[in-house]
Design a protein around this ligand. Structure first.
Ligand SMILES: Cc1cc2nc3c(=O)[nH]c(=O)nc-3n(C[C@H](O)[C@H](O)[C@H](O)COP(=O)(O)OP(=O)(O)OC[C@H]3O[C@@H](n4cnc5c(N)ncnc54)[C@H](O)[C@@H]3O)c2cc1C
Length: 395
């Protein structure tokens, strides 16, 4: 049996998770899914039915702090039953404090946990059982990883697939370390067998690696790939959902939830058609004002290199590259950015690149479709002036 971790957002399985689901469907006839949820999301119709051979936790005390904000559930990977969750459900359906080192499992009402569309895609992908892992409020990556490790021990699958996103890779890395198992990340193809033959991306996508994965339980994350199975193409059969409550009291978390930042609305770095990005050549945080002005004029977003984030000139959410955001705009305007490989992998899928740089030999300049060799502080004001002049003459 193969496990696949699915993340559900706004009632749907995310495209990245759907890719992992599709891969799992092609790898194994028997696929079961895993979702994660916070205690407040456990539905009121939770029915505690011990599985054969399992002892049910009798301690129903909840570890949900009294001052836990009611919206903390949205910080978890899944947001499946937030609407149906009630305080009463939390109090009665959270068997934390269990004495069982490997957690406990119970059947739950599917309709309250898995939205219809997600359930349809699961069944279209051959999944009949979903394990819903109940996490504490505001879980740290260590909680996710330990929970997954306990589920692996509990179910003994042949392998586990998850999406190759930051979250999927982090979850699986923690689970692998805690299970003493190897993990192959960012796989683009997996050929099953006693050992799995893999192709996976390295170096942020600039390199493809062929590898073999040989382990009692094979762990891999799947890069976005072919479209998932058509959920409407098959009759929807009931999905059985089993709640799994891991024992996490002993987990020491090194990361903790500090604050929630609203996802940016409007033009974002990831979706902008034009990105005006700055690096060391911009010189300071104040130096970005001119980039912001240009971005505003062309309806674009501002990005930056890691030097700019390291220097505190811009937030990390603006960073383009291997450890930032990968972008695919129509036009990428790289101002005072050398074009180091780690930056390049984040912008190389732009349709066109305009480099503004004092160095004609900079990699960004030699790879760009257009280049202006000059000081960004002279070139950008001239560009802005010209755009404004033309707009004025049009009106
Ligand atoms: C594991 C790892 C991950 C990384 N991830 C990322 C990542 O996600 N994103 C990222 O960006 N980097 C990343 N880096 C860092 C990367 O290797 C480079 O150090 C970084 O991209 C360089 O930033 P830069 O181009 O702004 O600075 P520099 O390389 O110093 O280049 C500055 C450029 O500005 C030009 N310049 C200087 N003054 C002016 C001026 N007045 N007008 C015009 N041009 C001027 C120079 O000619 C030069 O080309 C990573 C590194 C590692 C090791």
């Amino acid at each position: 049996m193969l496990l696949t971790v699915v993340q559900i957002e706004n009632g749907e399985i995310t495209p990245a998770s759907a890719a992992a689901l599709t891969a799992a469907h092609h790898l194994d006839d028997h696929v079961e899914a895993v979702t994660f949820t916070a205690p407040t999301e456990v539905p009121s119709s939770f029915t505690a039915t011990p599985q054969p051979g399992e002892t049910r936790a009798t301690d129903t005390a909840t570890d949900t702090p009294a001052d836990t904000p009611t919206d903390t559930a949205t910080d978890t990977a899944t947001d499946t039953a937030a609407d149906t969750a009630t305080a009463a459900a939390t109090a009665t359906a959270t068997p934390t404090g269990s004495a069982h080192a490997t957690g406990s499992a119970h059947a739950v009402d599917v309709s309250a946990v898995i939205p219809a569309e997600a359930a349809a895609l699961l069944t279209a992908s051959g999944v009949a059982t979903v394990h819903q892992v109940v996490l504490p409020a505001n879980p740290a990556p260590e909680h996710w990883g330990e929970a997954m490790a306990q589920l692996i021990r509990h179910l003994s699958p042949t392998g586990v697939l998850a999406e190759a996103t930051d979250r999927g890779n982090e979850l699986m890395a923690h689970a692998a370390a805690r299970s003493n198992l190897p993990l192959a990340t960012n796989c683009t193809t997996i050929i099953p067998g006693d050992t799995w033959q893999l192709t996976r991306t390295r170096g942020g996508g600039v390199l493809l690696e062929d590898a073999e994965l040989d382990a009692p339980v094979k762990l891999a994350t799947v890069a976005p790939g072919p479209s998932p199975a058509d959920a409407t193409a098959v009759a929807v059969v009931p999905v059985e959902v089993r709640a799994f409550t891991p024992e996490l009291d002993h987990v020491r978390a090194y990361a903790r939830f500090v604050e929630r930042t609203d996802v940016a609305t409007g033009v974002t770095l990831a979706s902008a058609r034009v990105v005006v990005s700055g690096g060391r050549g911009v010189g300071s945080a104040d130096g970005f004002a001119i980039l912001e002005r240009l971005a505003e004029l062309v309806g674009g977003a501002v990005g930056c290199s890691r030097v700019a984030t390291n220097n505190g000139w811009r937030p990390h959410s603006d960073q383009v590259g291997l450890t930032g955001t990968r972008i695919t705009p129509d036009l990428y305007i790289a101002c005072g950015i050398s074009g180091a490989t780690q930056h390049w992998v984040g912008c190389m899928d732009a349709k066109r690149i305009l480099a503004i740089n004092t160095d004609p030999e900079a990699p960004m300049v030699t790879r760009a479709a257009y280049a202006v060799i000059g000081d960004v502080h002279q070139v950008l004001p001239a560009v802005i002036e010209e755009i404004e002049r033309r707009r004025h003459s049009e009106t």
